[in-house]
Write a protein that binds this ligand. Sequence first.
Ligand code: HEC
Length: 223
Amino acid sequence: MTKGFLHTHNLVVVIFLITFIIKTVLLLLNKYEQLDKIREKTKVLEMIMGTLILITGGYLLYATKNTQSYIIAKIVIVLACIPLGIIGLKKKNKALAVIALLGFLYVLGIALTKSLTLTKQKIEVPASVSEESSAASEEIIQENADNGLSNAKAIFEQECSRCHGLDGKQGLAGAKDLTVSQLTDAQKKEMILKGKGVMAGYEGRLSEQEIDNLVLYVNTLKK
Ligand code: HEC
C-alpha cells in the first residue's frame, strides 16, 4: 500500500517537474504564445497532479511518520514554490518561475540524497574492502565450523565412545555401527535428542548446536 503511494508520488512528481521545466524554458525564451497554449492545455492535468502529489505525500508522511528535517524542508519548499511557480508563469515573471524551478530541483536533490546539503550519506564501501571483509567472515564461519566439529569430537570421545567406540564401530550394548548408519541427519539428531533403548537422550544435557555438530561429526566417521 505504502509502496503504491510512493511510486505514484514519484511518478507524478517527475511528470509535474518535466512540464514545469518546459514551461519555464518557454517563458525564458519569451515564447509567451506557446506557453499560454500549453498552460491552457495542462491546466486540469496540473491541478490533478498537484492534488495527487499532496495527497500521496501527505499519506506517506502519515504512514512512515518520517519527520526528519529533510522531509519537513521538502514540504515547506514545495508548498512555497507551487504558488510562486503558478504566479511566475501566469504573470510571465521569469525570476519567480526560475526561483520556483530551482526550489523544485533542490527538493528533488533532497529527496534523492535524503540530505539538506545534497551530500549522499550512504557510505560506499570500496569493492576491495567488502571483498576482504567477506573473505574474513568466511574465514570466521569456517573457523566456527572447525571449532564446532572439534567440540563435537571431544563430546563424542567423552560421552558416546563408551558404547560406539572412538571410531563409531564398537557397537557395545547393541549400539549401532555409526559408520554404516543409514539415518538422515534429522533422524540422527532425533536419536541423539531422545535416545532409544540403552542409549539415553541428550536433550537438555547438550545444546542444540552441540547436537547439530555431533551429527556432522558422526557423518565424518563414515568411510
Ligand atoms: C549407553 C550406550 C550409548 C551411548 C553412551 C550412546 N549411544 Fe548412540 N546408540 C546406542 C544404541 C544401543 C543405539 C541403537 C538404538 C536402537 O536403534 O535401538 C544407538 C544409536 C545411535 C545412533 C543411530 C544409528 C543408527 O543408524 O541407527 C546414533 C546417530 C547415535 N547412537 C549417536 C550417539 C551419539 C552422538 C552419542 C553421544 C552423544 C551416543 N550415541 C551415545 C548406545 C549408545
